[in-house]
Design a protein around this ligand. Sequence first.
Ligand code: FES
Length: 193
Amino acid sequence: MITEEVKARMREICARYPDPRSGTLPCLHLAQEAEGYVTPDGIAAVSEVTGTKIDEVESVVTFYSMYDRAPTGKYAIKVCTSISCYLRGCDGLMEHFEQRLGIQRGQTTADGSFTLQGVECLAACGMAPVLQVNGEFVENVTTADADALIERLKRGEAVAAQPGAWNVLPSKTGASAQQTAAGSGSAQTGKAK
Ligand code: FES
């Protein structure tokens, strides 16, 4: 819900800029954090606070894959499908996730745990193929990494192998589940649901 408190935080952010419209992106993050995804109410609030037209705010939301326009599962897995990742096998990776999770891209598992999405370039092309889990990057992903990642998330463990090593999966460090679980707090960004 977009409360007055959320709007107050948005105004506070916009006050830092000479032009309040510069606060559009962080305000959208607040709106998503408050409701789990960017709702029409969230867009209206950002429009009101930043002085940006509704359709302009909507165009920003649809441009950036970091914003969701619909509810997602507990873990939103976003696989980059742009050219560098395509050349490095993202199609096979996506198919692997689809088979493993039993869903197609754009769908959420019946238990609400996983949403699988294909997204445009995540700006980490040098480490292709790349994906994000709730905004956290994972790079150089193989199908074995995908399996390990799903199992880790099912166990409630962090994406990363160790705090700060946000792009390194345990399968590439040899870190044990116990070691990585111990460092899960600061490595995972999480997402409001
Ligand atoms: S093409 Fe995948 S991160 Fe740029």
